[in-house]
Each structure stands twice: as C-alpha cells, then as structure tokens.
Design a protein around this ligand. Sequence first.
Ligand SMILES: Cc1cc2nc3c(=O)[nH]c(=O)nc-3n(C[C@H](O)[C@H](O)[C@H](O)COP(=O)(O)OP(=O)(O)OC[C@H]3O[C@@H](n4cnc5c(N)ncnc54)[C@H](O)[C@@H]3O)c2cc1C
Length: 443
Amino acid sequence: MSFDVQIIGGGLAGSEAAWQLAEAGLRVRLSEMRGGGDTTPAHETDRLAEMVCSNSFRSDDAEHNAVGLLHQEMRDLGSLIMRAADQHRVPAGSALAVDREKFAEEVTRTVSDHPNIAIVRERIDALPDHPTIIATGPLTGSALAEAIAVETGQGALAFFDAIAPIIHRDSVDMDVAWMAARWDKGGKDYINCPLDKPQYEDFIAALNAGEKMPFKEWEKDTPYFEGCMPIEVMAERGPETLRHGPMKPVGLDNPRTGRWPYAVVQLRQDNALGTLWNMVGFQTKLKHGEQVRIFRTIPGLENAEFARLGGIHRNSFINSPRLLDSELRLKSKPSIRFAGQITGCEGYVESAAVGIYAARSAAAELRGERFAAPPIETALGALLAHITGGADAETYQPMNVNFGLMPPPDTRAKKADRKKAYTDRARAAFAVWLDTLKVAEPA
Ligand SMILES: Cc1cc2nc3c(=O)[nH]c(=O)nc-3n(C[C@H](O)[C@H](O)[C@H](O)COP(=O)(O)OP(=O)(O)OC[C@H]3O[C@@H](n4cnc5c(N)ncnc54)[C@H](O)[C@@H]3O)c2cc1C
C-alpha cells in the first residue's frame, strides 16, 4: 500500500497517531520493529501499545487532577488509547487502570483492522525524506537514535534522564526562603532555602538512610554524567560533599541573619510561566515517597508540592524546546515530526496525547488546512506549550502533565477549589478549540 505518512514506533504514541491519521482519511505505514526480529529491553510482546511497567493511566478525576483532565480531552478527540483503556478498565479507585493484555490486544486489533493502516514489522535505522512521525519512545533503536543525533547535533538527544524534583512555586514558604543569586551577581534569580548545621547533618543522615530505587538489569551501565550525580551518591562520599556541591552556601547572604547559611538548597525557574521551580543539582534515585518525606525537612519546603519527583533512567529524548516547532516538526527537517516520550513528555497518557496532536497537525498540513494548537489553559495545550518552548531548553528533562504547566487561574480559592478552577477554565477553553476543528479553514 502506498502511504501518506510513515509512523515509526507502534507504542502508545505511534498507535494513537496512526489511528488519528487513518480516521482523518490518510494512509499510514506503521513501522514497528517488535515482531520483526527486534525488541527493546523492556517490552515482552509484539503487541502495539504494550504497557511496559504499571497498568495504570493514573487519576481519572477530570475535575481535580491534570492527568484526569487530559484523559477527558483525549476522549473528546476520539482517542483510541482512551477508548481501549475504558473498555478494559479494572477496579482501581479513582485511577484508570487496565487489563494490560486485553488493552494492548484491543489496540493491536483495531489498528490492524483499519483499512488505511498497514502495520509493517520492520526496524527503521535512518530518517526518511517523506512525511514521518517518529514515536520510538524511551528505548529507541540505536541506529535510528544515532541518525537523530546526527541530524539534531551535539547533545540534543539524551540517552538517560537525570531528573531533579520540580516544585510548585506557590508552595514554597518565602518567609523562610529568599530570592538571590550567588554573590549578588545578575538578577535575584534563585529561591534559596537555608539549612543550619544540625539541619544539614540530619538531612545527610536521611539521604544515606533513605530507600533508593534500584537500576533495572539493563540500566546498570547507566553513566553518571559530570554534574549529574545523584545527591545520595554524593552524600555517601562524605558528609561535606554536598556542602561543596549543589548545597554550597558561599556568596548567599541570608537577609534574615545577614550571614551565609551552613548549607543551602537552590531552586531555579523551570518554565516560562514561572510556576515551576527545579531543585538545582538534586537528581536522585530515592524512592518517590522518600523524596517527599526527606525534601520536606528542608526549611522553606515543609509544604512543598511536587510537580515532578526525581529519577534517573534509560530514556531517549530530544531537546524539544530547542529542536521542534509548535507543531512538533523538526525545525531542521520539517517533514519529520516527533511524538510520544521521545519528545520529553513522560508517561503513557502524555505520550498518547502528544501522538494525537502530532497526527492531527500532520493531517491538517497534508490537507492544506490551518491548525492551531489547543490553548495553554487546557491540559493538552499546556503540555505541548511546555515541550515546544515553555520549558527551559538548558535544563530540559522529561515532564508529566500537571497544573504548574498552565497559567494560574485568577482565584485565591483553597487548594481543592483551585484545582477545580483550573479544570473549569480548561474545559471551557477546550470546547471552544474543539469547535474550531470542526470548521477547519484552508491554510
Ligand atoms: C522500564 C520502563 C518503565 C516504565 N514505566 C512506566 C509506567 O509505569 N507508567 C508510565 O506512564 N510510563 C512508564 N514508562 C514510560 C513509557 O515507556 C512511556 O510512558 C510510553 O510507553 C511511551 O510511549 P511511546 O509511544 O513514546 O513509546 P513506546 O510505548 O516505548 O513505543 C515505542 C515503540 O517504538 C518501537 N521502536 C523503537 N525503535 C524503533 C525503530 N528504530 N524502528 C521501529 N520501531 C522502533 C518500539 O519497539 C516500541 O514499540 C516506562 C518506561 C520504561 C522504559
């Protein structure tokens, strides 16, 4: 079958993108290497949309949770992944968990049966010259990864993430923390959280005792890059190591004491909106619950709300804010779009959602129609805005959808009501955007 678009990778993003394009009347060649003699270290079957770890799509609460809201927006966009998940849901409280085998079988069958899709079990090793969506995920085949690296240039494709936790700015206690840059150089760009000697010593002891996530067998050769060593590894090397590394207090006068603290934790702005701040140099393999417990002992962070917790994994992802335009096209080769986790979104749901958008924008382009991104007030719009420019390209690391990616709503309401304010506003904005899709105008 001749085709209009090739999709490389039949995971969560690629399957969804294939379905969306096919439903739009375009012919798709879906190239998936599993089932053709290749696999990844994490996949166990040759089914499309295999969930490699947990069987959960996380919260399904569209009123108080950003990922639940994204579920709803995806349903509104006719998502195959959401339809199959809803069909094969298993009891999991307010979360959407699925029978992973039935779910993947459903997606595989539906995509295979679509007359506009040809699934080809082949590994792709080079960047095609025709319209293509690359959705090869966190474990992209090495030859293709090499080709992407050559096209995108020095350091633009990462093979491992090194994620420092990210905190919602409005949950930091600024009666304790203060804004400053070291030696007052430049603007007061960092939030500084001060620790005295006993607090620092307790913190180091907690890091040493904290439970860590083991590396998977095939991740054991994960290199620790210069400047990206996990904080607990630094703490193990000696009690002073962190105080001479990311917790260095020199040049940081605490306005409340007039002196440098014994140690400091710095937060740096992580998105253009200024709602999210990352803990500088705090990449970690501590278990998530341990991160929350231990990091909330840092003065100023007692009530910190984490938009993302730290981690280090094997994970291929490109520097999307630098490389992609607003329609996920590679600026240097616009016939190529990226979708899924390789764009630096994180998670099954986010990957599939980005797959929808890549497909819809590709379909519009091929049909000569104008296509606008969903507004930043929506979950999908916020995620896309982050990937394609809202995130800081210098510190870009994978990101889940969360309310911190959206502009704060104009309300002083309590926490639960604030979440509802985000989702009410999002629903209204999404409905207006959906209407514009129904009357697509010529470009
Ligand atoms: C070990 C591990 C555990 C994870 N656990 C979770 C979790 O619990 N929850 C969660 O939400 N997310 C988890 N993730 C992230 C998860 O992988 C993504 O959320 C999701 O699968 C990404 O979707 P995707 O479509 O981008 O990539 P994938 O689903 O990985 O799909 C990519 C597809 O591309 C194929 N492919 C790769 N290279 C080529 C090539 N050169 N030619 C042809 N085909 C190719 C692969 O075989 C694969 O089928 C985990 C990831 C890993 C690695």
